[in-house]
Design a protein around this ligand. Sequence first.
Ligand code: NAI
Ligand code: 15L
Length: 305
Amino acid sequence: MGAGLDIVDDRGVSPSALPPSSAPATSSAASAPRDEAAAPVFDRLLLTGAAGGLGRELRPRLRRLTRILRLSDVAPLAAADTGEEVMTAALEDSAAVDAIVAGCAAIVHLGGISTEGPFAPILAANIVGVWNLYESARRHGVRRVVFASSNHVTGFYRQDEVVSPLDPMRPDGHYGLSKAFGENVARFYFDRYGIESVCLRIGSSFPAPKDRRMLATWLSYDDLERLVVAGLTAPAVGCSVVYGVSANATIWWDNTSASHLGFRAEDSSEPFRAAVEARQPVLDPSDPASRFQGGAFVKQGPFER
Ligand code: NAI
Ligand code: 15L
């Protein structure tokens, strides 16, 4: 446990058992909100899924937080720039994951399959992958993980309901189930080993909302950056869960229980409303894709015979 870091979980409870096996961190999360002019918070920060849409967006934005930004993906990555390291790894390969985690003080875990589909690939990349990541984090004394979970953990709530991270999970498919597993792995590794996590139930993070549903679920890239930085630098997060959504006019999620993270969204989907509504006809209200928060994910599959 980092000296002077008072670890609590999102119910204000300290972990009961802290492992003698947890090596001290190379550098722990900040003990105060981030001062933009300050020295890097981390000696080495790992970003998985760095070749993906959000990874490419966060790569330049996370540089200022860390002396070395280690970028990993199974897909090809742009060559390392100053202050960067590039390492290829498949998340289901435990030895490869161990190599990318070694020497890192904290992890932003974006890697994995990001859409709904057959179970086997999701099992490998998202379920085995997240377990490999936390196991390596335990072995190497990582203090904090920011985990890209998803709104699909609660995709079977209706669009007229407001959901909090404290409400029961209602996954809307294999993908949502894998993120629910990841959140439970995060919880276990905090309760058992004191590794802090912030699980981000990201809504829809794209340059702009693509459809009517995303007017409620959109998370701008600037707000994504604010959220990830808050997750990495908030003083004591225990195992926290927060929805990643901008300050949209309609919101389905109540983040009151995660206010300790200090995340304040500043953008809104409202400037995109007229264009989205002109582009997409009003949906049939009886269509499950317009009744449930998970949208089209709720009616995909079955994929297996
Ligand atoms: P993406 O699909 O563009 O990027 C995911 C990256 O993970 C890819 O570069 C891919 O090569 C890598 N990856 C896939 N399988 C892998 C494996 N077995 N081993 C190693 N790397 C593997 O997804 P995006 O949009 O960048 O999302 C990043 C994360 O945020 C994902 O975990 C996704 O589930 C989550 N998320 C994203 C949302 C969004 O709106 N963009 C919404 C909710 C969650
Ligand atoms: C997700 O979890 C996906 O990764 C992303 O591609 C979008 O589909 C998003 O959810 C969404 O719900 O719009």
